[in-house]
Design a protein around this ligand. Structure first.
Ligand SMILES: [Zn+2]
Length: 289
């Protein structure tokens, strides 16, 4: 810029204002929209993972669809996409992205993770992959404390890591999640293998059953809704997360009785035979007479 040229110095301020202020106002407008958790209508951005057959999905160097995180503006118009090699890679990114992490303490799932980011970010990935889990988590967080009548103490429903089985301690709505578990029974069927976050989605349903439906004691009948919602998560992974081509719906718990004899495992069901209203079958199931 030649500031010594009188003719230009006069025009510069106006030009500068346009150049500098326009993007600044744009950014501020969006930032302000994001920093308004009290008014959900003011949130201009939403995020989600695209389905792998979406033409807007990011492809890797070999042309293969990647796990694709997308940001949408008001009117659900696509603002940007970003491809990831894995859910872990997304977690590292999200944790360090100020837009996603600035209000983390106010986001759905923070209370349930007791502020442990090693659990919080994988949970966030699950919420973006399968949005219906967000409602489950929000329902659990609607009550900060439940009374554990066996421990005779108030407990905060929460998720913690375990080296053992995935389970929900029903009286206190404590979810124990093992992020390395990808099989339930070692059964020779495709449905017995699943992503670890699907196991978490299942246990979260039991925590919701405790908090919302007051199911303080575990019973097999609780499995129906848990497996039903688990299948929503399975379908979301099948549609959105690479590497889950062989993932199948869960047709039932473990096995069932036929003519009084225990049949070990359910046969695989294809996604074309499944819908969200599909009711998985419990272990104890006798043939109709
Ligand atoms: Zn269960």
């Amino acid at each position: 810029m030649r500031h010594h040229e009188a003719g230009r110095t006069i025009r510069l301020p106006g030009l500068l204002l346009c150049i500098v202020l326009a993007p600044l106002l744009f950014i501020l407008g969006h930032a302000a929209a994001q920093i308004a958790p009290a008014d959900s209508n003011a949130v201009a951005f939403s995020y989600g993972f695209l389905e792998l057959d979406d033409p807007r999905v990011v492809a890797d160097a070999n042309g293969v669809a990647m796990l694709t995180f997308a940001c949408f503006g008001e009117d659900d118009n696509l603002l940007w996409t970003r491809g990831f090699a894995s859910i872990d890679a997304w977690c590292t990114y999200a944790r360090n992205d100020p837009n996603l992490s600035a209000q983390k303490t106010e986001q759905t799932g923070w209370a349930l993770c007791l502020g442990d980011e090693e659990i919080f970010w994988p949970l966030q990935a699950l919420l973006y992959i399968c949005p219906s889990v967000r409602d489950t988590v929000a329902a659990i967080e609607s009550r900060p404390l439940v009374y554990d009548r066996f421990a005779r103490a108030y407990k905060s429903p929460h998720i913690e890591f375990t080296d053992g089985e995935n389970l929900c301690q029903q009286p206190s709505a404590t979810v124990l999640w093992n992020p390395t578990i990808t099989r339930a029974y070692g059964a020779p069927v495709a449905w017995d293998t699943f992503p670890p976050l699907v196991g978490l989605a299942h246990e979260l349903v039991h925590a919701r059953q405790r908090v919302v439906e007051d199911k303080q004691i575990y019973g097999p009948v609780l499995q129906i809704d848990a497996m039903k919602d688990e299948n929503l998560a399975r379908y979301a992974f099948y549609r959105r997360v690479p590497g889950n081509e062989s993932l199948r719906p869960r047709p039932g718990n473990k096995g069932y009785y036929r003519n009084g004899e225990f049949v070990a495992y359910f046969e695989d069901v294809e996604w074309s035979e499944w819908s969200p209203s599909f009711d998985p079958v419990l272990d104890i199931f006798e043939d109709e007479p």
